[in-house]
Ligand binder design. Structure first.
Ligand code: 5AD
Length: 338
């Protein structure tokens, strides 16, 4: 898809255009990914963060947050619940927490691999290449690092003290270390234009990512963007649909942010417009609320096992089913075969 065509779709809110776009994306999803919805169990293991991203509730200037860091035992207990739910991917996510040493996280990865037949995705932010290599050597399979926005000037405005080029360096490093690579963006950020969102989709397709998570911006009161408008649901779902058409075989989650942005659970709409993944939260219940990236996060009071039951019902309601396989990157598999 050409950028100009993406822009035209993003600007077009005519109901018949939306129906056509979603049907086209759903067709591409069905052709490449089938009807199974993959599950990734997420464990948010540290809410400490050294960064000051202006949209995120975990930013270090938020002094109202009661921060936590799970022990290795607590993480393993959570992973055990994921395995018990038959899910074969765990996503270990945290803020950018320098107290987490490469060696400690490598030991966690090794212990998980020794106990469970499971893929491990790490999502702990920007690190030196040596750390990525250390975790890869320990057995980690995938790395998730969203670009958030692919416009360098907007990126700089939203991420004081961070460097767009370092983020690109990290994405290159994780790929070079042999990870399956996940990226993603936020839709509806302050000063973000339609052209920017189209640029994000072009960025995703040019970089051949294995997974791409796209969610709407949800303002958090304890951040500098707390008074801004939330991101549009229709715009976010259009971005998911266009990303499906542009990337073909990338895994696309119906993000928790889409499930949390309004009364309705808009993850269903994303699943019908190109998405093929859901991410149930297996952070221990006592800590779920305290990982407050944005307010109103869906299901923070639920038991994780209950969420998996809801996801089965959700899949069935749209004529799909939960796929309990690992769901490795199709892009990587295709390129290895080539
Ligand atoms: N609204 C929506 N998504 C957000 N994220 C962080 N803050 C917000 C917010 N206020 C997303 C980012 C990050 C992921 C963990 O959560 O994309 O990568």
């Amino acid at each position: 898809m050409k950028k100009s065509e993406i822009i035209d779709y993003l600007k077009d809110d005519h109901p018949s255009s939306l129906t056509e776009l979603y049907a086209r994306a759903d067709g591409v999803r069905k052709e490449y990914m089938g009807d199974g919805i993959l599950l990734r169990g997420i464990v948010e293991f540290s809410s400490f963060c050294k960064n000051t991203c202006s949209y995120c509730g975990l930013n270090k200037n938020n002094t109202h947050l009661d921060r936590f860091r799970l022990t290795k035992e607590q993480i393993l207990e959570s992973v055990g619940r994921i395995a018990g739910a038959r899910i074969k991917t765990v996503v270990l996510q945290s803020g950018e927490d320098d107290e987490i040493s490469a060696g400690w996280l490598a030991a966690v990865v090794k212990d998980i691999k020794a106990r469970y037949d499971m893929a491990i995705t790490l999502s702990v932010g920007e690190r030196p290449r040596a750390d990525y290599q250390c975790w890869r050597d320990a057995g980690a399979d995938r790395y998730l690092l969203k670009i958030e926005t692919a416009n360098p000037a907007l990126y700089a405005a939203l991420h004081p003290q961070m460097d767009f080029n370092n983020r690109l360096r990290c994405l290159e490093d994780v790929r070079a270390c042999g990870y399956q690579v996940g990226c993603g963006a936020i839709v509806g950020l302050k000063d973000q234009t339609i052209d920017d969102i189209a640029g994000d989709i072009v960025f995703f397709s040019e970089n051949n990512f294995d997974m791409i998570g796209i969610g709407p911006f949800i303002p958090h009161a304890a951040t500098v963007l707390g008074g801004e408008q939330k991101g549009g649901v229709a715009l976010t779902i259009k971005a998911v649909a266009l990303t499906r058409i542009a990337t073909g075989t990338a895994h696309l989650p119906a993000t928790t942010a889409l499930g949390s942005v309004g009364e309705k659970d808009y993850r269903i709409d994303a699943l019908k417009a190109g998405a093929n993944v859901l991410m149930p939260n297996f952070t221990p219940k006592a800590f779920k609320k305290r990982y407050e990236i944005y307010p109103g996060k869906r299901c923070v009071d639920e038991d994780s096992e209950h969420c998996v039951g809801c996801m089965q019902a959700l899949a069935a309601s749209i004529g799909r089913h939960i796929d309990y396989s690992r769901g490795d990157a199709l892009k990587t598999i295709v390129s290895v075969l080539r």
